[in-house]
Design a protein around this ligand. Structure first.
Ligand SMILES: [Ca+2]
Ligand SMILES: [Ca+2]
Length: 209
């Protein structure tokens, strides 16, 4: 009996030592709250066809850091698992997650960037980085909004740029004197809707996903 008790005790000890301490549970698993993203502020012209302006080319590169529950960086997070959504859900993403992705997988510091064009319609005052569709926080479990205004030639966000969009554009062209609509203020000078904005719109006429 004594031998049997010893074996039972040894098994119990082995089980106890195999259980991870609480701070190790979830290590290596993406923690969207601890992960964070940052970017400069600016305006990004987009088109459902994916031939709008690139973030990097406009000085709007987004830096993303993916961390686990103990704030350790996670390397090798897939680029395709990282994309953006409109902060107010006012962007129509062409192909959903396929509308844009990170420039590459995360490195040993858990870092990557988002530099490309956003294939989208609609108009939103900011964007939010997501990992597998879950908003990335800012070291806390919040849903911070990056200050990038996305404005598409597909103004009404049905993923087709056609007469309906042109009617919306025309209602604010030129502004002044017409009412200002920031959703059609695609290029500098900002604050007015003038010929450069029309030229931008016109070069994407009839574009769709
Ligand atoms: Ca449209
Ligand atoms: Ca303008």
């Amino acid at each position: 009996m004594k031998n049997r008790s010893t074996v039972v005790l040894m098994v119990l000890v082995a089980v106890l030592f195999s259980v991870e301490p609480p701070d190790q549970i979830g290590a290596g698993v993406v923690d969207p709250c601890n992960s964070f993203a940052s970017s400069p502020a600016g305006v990004l012209f987009s088109c459902p066809a994916g031939d709008g302006d690139a973030l990097a080319a406009n000085g709007l590169t987004i830096n993303v850091t993916i961390l686990d529950n103990v704030n350790a960086p996670i390397a090798g997070v897939l680029a395709a698992d990282i994309w953006v959504i409109g902060c107010n859900n006012l962007l129509a993403l062409c192909g959903g997650a396929g509308a844009i992705s990170a420039s590459g997988p995360t490195d040993i510091n858990g870092q990557t960037t988002i530099t490309a064009r956003l294939a989208a319609g609609g108009c939103d005052t900011g964007i939010r980085v997501v990992w597998q569709g879950i908003a990335i926080g800012a070291g806390v479990c919040a849903e911070p909004c990056l200050p990038i205004d996305v404005r598409s030639c597909d103004i009404n966000g049905n993923l087709v740029t056609n007469l309906a969009d042109f009617a919306i554009f025309g209602a604010s062209y030129t502004s002044p004197p017409k009412a200002y609509n920031k959703c059609v203020d695609y290029v500098a000078p900002f604050g007015t809707v003038t010929l450069p904005d029309f030229a931008k719109y016109g070069s994407h006429k009839d574009h769709s996903c």
